[in-house]
Design a protein around this ligand. Structure first.
Ligand code: TYC
Length: 104
């Protein structure tokens, strides 16, 4: 069977029509403030986002200078869990650090 001059069969057509959209991705971002210690931000990035020390320092400095920085990109569930882990650890250690999740 042909359609628009291209070869196709009904099974393939059905499969294509039922294709699900690719899953949305969510970035977890840290926000800068004047009080959270640099060491604590590096700890968050190494322990929660599993960044190597050198990358963690680079991301921390980027947030410090630019105001906001990406820690990682995940499915919605994982991104929200990471955010909760950051906020829990920050409050435990009495740091005012803020962390947000945004679709990317
Ligand atoms: N601006 C903070 C300071 O000078 C450091 C900092 C970096 C805080 C990144 C938050 O997400 C942050 N102590």
């Amino acid at each position: 069977m042909t359609k628009n001059n291209t070869q196709y069969d009904t099974d393939t057509d059905t499969l294509n029509r039922n294709k699900t959209a690719p899953p949305k991705k969510y970035g977890v971002f840290l926000l800068n403030d004047d009080y959270t210690t640099m060491d604590f931000v590096v700890k968050v990035l190494t322990e929660i986002f599993m960044l190597p020390e050198e990358r963690a320092i680079a991301v921390m400095l980027l947030v410090h200078h630019e105001g906001k920085g990406l820690c990682g990109v995940y499915s919605r569930d994982i991104a929200e869990t990471k955010q909760q882990q950051v906020m829990r650890l920050a409050r435990q250690e009495e740091q005012p650090l803020q962390c947000v999740v945004e679709e990317v």
